[in-house]
Structures are given as structure tokens and as C-alpha cells.
Design a protein around this ligand. Structure first.
Ligand code: FAD
Length: 498
């Protein structure tokens, strides 16, 4: 059989799975996606998109509240309407989800709502194919299952089920089952006060107080969001500073911005025990003897891969000690014909990494020999201020044996940033002294989660900082800070004194 027409079954329809499926179908493969929840996975339904939609709302709220800075008077209090914010969030998510359904239909990707499990290499069983209201819109392709030689292995049982088990045969399987919030057994998640990120996103009303355990990116984004909504937020982090994986200078400045916005930040702090679970609050004791009480406590201490119960052990797919699927640079697992992409493979746990890996895996299934490229992964934090990073930080460059030099430009000296009233932060470029090549960038400030891609392109092109500094940038823009930082590497930014 040629590569076109190859039968590919994708487990999971997050940004890894759905992108892989569409790309494979575009290239002529016969593709079936099995999804046990809603298409779009964590990213679309309970991650990237819902958080950024709520954050966009809060941006407007804070701008409105600071109207006096811009020269207009706000009469009366500007207050959030949480129910409306939630409805808007759902609207955005639904629109995007419908978009994926349309793309699937147009590209003839078959979608099955159900729980997928590998029974042998190249055979996927789908349990409890459901017509449940939550997933029924996802069941649009069930009619076309016979094309895939799938047959009910068992007669349909309860009326709610179309079939209890389906059997799908595939030339290649892509495992894209993602990850879920980690629920340490230390906490009683049946208590209403103990919540994970999914529950916090869908919370019925804005909590009066929120304790966040874990100062990673997810915890910090929620801290900014709820602090701006008027919640009393406390973050407890074990490490010496928030965002332990972030560039140290950026993390430090972000931490002080958070404190200025009223968030209590407790670093080097260990939560010792839970003293009380009450219906409307939780009280915890810290190692230093202090106690903290909050209406809700977000447990934001990490994620766990969705690898249990999907037959990976049975077919011999190797996993690491934390349960993440082990893959090589081609996204191949230890079993020929089974590929894995995205969060389920560990590492970055970023939507764009999952999508990139999905495309690389498909190219390889269809006859290519591509390697995933994780040299330049943009990492963005949508807090107040935003942080964006790519390539090597100065410390990492030094650790890797480079002689790094840096160029920096502060937004306090940039026309566009001042016009926006958002002059906090900076752009820093890291450059190899010996070759003049760009190695990376760290940015903090307005719209840096978009601006970072200018550096992504320059890095991929192997550009020197000098060349980047020579490229004409429109004025006034936030991107000018990149040009100025590049010029500053050589002490040639006309807007940097001394
Ligand atoms: P997932 O999105 O987890 O999708 C996996 C899918 O597989 C799910 O739909 C699941 O239902 C399905 N599935 C699992 N098991 C089975 C099975 N047995 N059978 C059938 N289906 C199954 N990343 C960013 O890049 N930028 C951000 O701003 C960002 N913000 C985030 C905010 C929050 C609050 C959270 C929690 C995450 C955020 N992320 C962000 C991370 C991002 O959501 C994930 O990296 C991304 O969703 C991973 O994609 P994936 O395709 O690997 O898996």
C-alpha cells in the first residue's frame, strides 16, 4: 500500500491529536480520531483558550478602572460580571470547537466519541461509544465506521450507547491522550474547597479568597486573573521564587509585580498539613507554624500523563517512571507503528509543541524521516505583565559553554509602550560573543507573547544580533524594543543612554 490511504487512528483530539489528524487527512490518509471528551482537549476546553478569554476580560476591567490615567472619568464602580465572563468564555470555546468539527468534516476525518485503548499493535478498541449530551456533537462520523472495518465487538447495550465496544484497525496509531491535573493523595479532592485548574475555570462565583499551592505558570496566571477580580490571593511555593523554570530576573520582577497588585507571595514555604476542610473554606498549616484560611485552594503542583488504562503496557510501549510515553526524535514509541505526541510524552507540556509533534509524526508515518525541533520553543506566560522566552537564557548559555553577551531595552523608554500606559518590563537578547549569533531572548511587558516570534524567526534563520538590529521596524511599535535590544548588544542603541 502507498502512503496515501494509510489507516491512521489518533487517540485524543487536543492540539496534538486534532492537528495531526487534519494534516494526515490533507495528505490522503484515512484518519479516525477517538475522543472521550470534547474535541480540542485541554487546550481548548480547560486550558489555553478559556484562561486567555477570561484574562482578556480582566484586561478590559483593569483598563477601565484606571481610566483616569488615560484622561477619562469612570463614574461608579467597574465590577466584573462573572456569569457573563463565563458565558463569553463558553462562546469563544464553542466557536473554536465547532471550527474543529467543520475542519474534520471537510477533511473527512472520522470522529468517534469514546474511550480508546490499544489491544494489540495496530488495533484500537473503543469502549462506551456514547451519545451522551456532552459528547453527542462529537459523534458525527459514526456512520462511516464500516469504511474502517470497525465492527461492534459486542451488541449495543444501554440506550445511551451506540455500541459498547468498537474495533478499529490501523497501519499507524498516534497516542495523543494528553495530561490531567495532578491530584496528590495528600488533599481530599471531594471537598468543595479543594479544586484543580479545571474546576477553578468553571467556578460559579468569584471566590473571596484563593490559596494557590504551586507558583508555576498556571498558578501565576490564575493569581493575576483572580487578584484583578478582587479575590484575596495567596501563593505558596516551595522554591526560593515563583516560576522556578523562568529566567531568574524575569521571575523576580514578575514576583514583585504580583506583590504590588496585592497578591501575597510566600516562597521557600512548605505546606505542612490541612487543619480543616469546611464547606466554605479550608485551613492549612505551614511548616513555620502559620495557618492560612481561604474559600478555595487551587492545587497547582503539576500534571500527570493520561497513560493509565489505554493498553500501552499490554502492547509493550515503554514509559518512564512517571508514566510518560518515551519517544525518540521521530515521535516513535518503542513499538513500531505506534507514535506518541504532546503532553503524554512529557517535556514541555505546551499546546504548540503538541501540534508541532503531531505534524512531524504524521510526516514520518507517511514516509518521511523528520525530527521534532524543540531547539526554539516559545514559552509564554499571560500574566500581568506578560513574560515570553525562547532559546537560551543568559545563564543557560553560560552553562552550555557559550560566552554570552546581552542587549536590553526597557519599555519605559519605548514610545508605544508609554502610549499604551504599559511601560513595565524589557526585552533582553542573548547573543554568542564569539559567533555573534542570537541564542535566545527573554521579554516581559505588553504583547511580548506576540513579539517573541520575531526572535523565533531570527533564531531559526541563524541570524546575528547585528543583522536583527539593522532591520527596519515600524514606529511606534512594541517590536521596536527587539531592534533596540539587538543594537544595544553593540552599545549602538540610540535610545539607551551610556
Ligand atoms: P490534551 O489537550 O490533554 O488532549 C488530550 C485529549 O485526549 C483530551 O481531549 C482527552 O479527553 C483525550 N483522551 C485521553 N484519554 C483518552 C482515551 N483513552 N480515549 C480517547 N480520548 C482520550 N499551553 C500553551 O501552549 N499555552 C497556554 O497558554 C496554556 N495554558 C494552559 C492553561 C491551563 C489552565 C492548562 C491546564 C494548560 C495550559 N496549557 C497551555 C497546556 C496545554 O493545554 C497542553 O499542553 C495541551 O492541551 C496538550 O495537548 P495534547 O494534544 O497533548 O493533549
Amino acid at each position: 500500500m502507498g502512503d496515501a490511504g494509510k489507516r491512521i487512528v489518533v487517540l485524543g483530539s487536543g492540539p496534538g491529536g486534532y492537528v495531526a489528524a487534519i494534516r494526515a487527512a490533507q495528505r490522503g490518509a484515512d484518519v479516525t480520531v477517538v475522543e472521550k471528551g470534547l474535541v480540542g482537549g485541554v487546550c481548548l476546553n480547560r486550558g489555553c483558550i478559556p484562561t486567555k478569554t477570561l484574562i482578556a476580560g480582566v484586561d478590559v476591567l483593569t483598563k477601565a478602572r484606571s481610566g483616569d490615567i488615560y484622561g477619562f472619568t469612570v463614574t461608579g464602580e467597574v465590577t466584573p460580571n462573572w456569569a457573563y465572563m463565563q458565558a463569553r468564555k463558553e462562546e469563544v470555546v464553542t466557536q473554536l470547537r465547532n471550527g474543529i468539527h467543520t475542519l474534520f468534516k471537510k477533511s473527512k476525518v472520522k470522529l468517534i466519541s469514546g474511550n480508546a485503548r490499544l489491544s494489540e499493535p495496530g488495533v484500537v478498541m473503543v469502549d462506551t461509544v456514547s451519545t451522551d449530551a456532552a459528547v453527542s456533537q462529537d459523534a458525527h462520523a459514526l456512520e462511516s465506521i464500516p469504511r474502517h472495518e470497525a465492527a461492534p465487538a459486542q451488541k449495543a447495550g444501554a440506550a445511551a450507547n451506540i455500541a459498547d465496544v468498537l474495533r478499529l484497525e490501523a497501519d499507524a496509531v498516534i497516542v495523543a491522550t494528553g495530561s490531567d491535573p495532578l491530584h496528590p493523595a495528600f488533599f481530599d479532592f471531594s471537598q468543595p474547597s479543594i479544586i484543580d485548574s479545571t474546576e477553578l475555570l468553571n467556578i460559579e462565583s468569584i471566590p473571596s479568597s484563593l490559596l494557590i499551592l504551586g507558583g508555576g505558570p498556571i498558578g501565576c496566571e490564575f493569581a493575576c486573573l483572580f487578584a484583578d477580580l478582587g479575590t484575596k490571593v495567596t501563593i505558596v511555593e516551595l522554591m526560593p521564587q515563583l516560576l522556578p523554570q523562568e529566567d531568574a530576573r524575569a521571575a523576580k520582577q514578575f514576583q514583585s509585580a504580583l506583590r504590588k497588585s496585592g497578591v501575597e507571595v510566600l516562597v521557600r514555604t512548605r505546606l505542612e498539613r490541612v487543619d480543616e476542610y469546611a464547606p466554605d473554606h479550608v485551613t492549612v498549616a505551614l511548616e513555620d507554624g502559620r495557618t492560612l484560611t481561604a474559600e478555595k485552594m487551587l492545587i497547582g503542583v503539576g500534571r500527570q500523563p493520561n497513560t493509565a488504562g489505554i493498553g500501552l503496557e499490554a502492547v509493550g510501549v515503554a514509559m518512564d517512571e512517571r508514566g510518560y510515553v518515551i519517544v525518540n526524535e521521530h515521535l516513535e514509541t518503542s513499538v513500531p507503528g505506534i507514535y506518541a505526541i504532546g503532553d503524554v510524552t512529557g517535556g514541555y507540556l505546551q499546546a504548540h509543541v503538541a501540534s508541532h509533534e503531531g505534524i512531524v509524526a504524521v510526516d514520518n508515518i507517511l514516509g518521511g524521516r523528520r525530527e521534532r525541533n524543540l531547539r526554539f520553543v516559545p514559552i509564554c506566560l499571560y500574566g500581568r505583565p506578560e513574560i515570553a522566552r525562547i532559546g537560551l537564557t543568559e545563564d543557560e548559555a553560560r552553562d552550555e559553554g557559550f560566552r554570552p553577551v546581552t542587549g536590553t531595552f526597557r519599555f519605559g523608554a519605548l514610545g508605544r509602550a508609554l502610549a499604551l500606559g504599559e511601560s513595565r518590563g524589557y526585552v533582553q537578547l542573548v547573543v554568542d560573543h564569539d559567533s555573534d549569533k542570537l541564542l535566545g531572548a527573554v521579554m516581559m511587558g505588553p504583547h511580548v507573547t506576540d513579539v517573541i516570534h520575531e526572535v523565533a524567526v531570527a533564531l531559526e534563520a541563524g541570524m546575528s544580533a547585528r543583522r536583527l538590529g539593522e532591520i527596519m521596524h515600524a514606529h511606534p511599535t512594541i517590536s521596536e524594543a527587539v531592534m533596540e535590544a539587538a543594537q544595544d548588544v553593540y552599545g549602538e542603541s540610540v535610545h539607551v543612554a551610556g
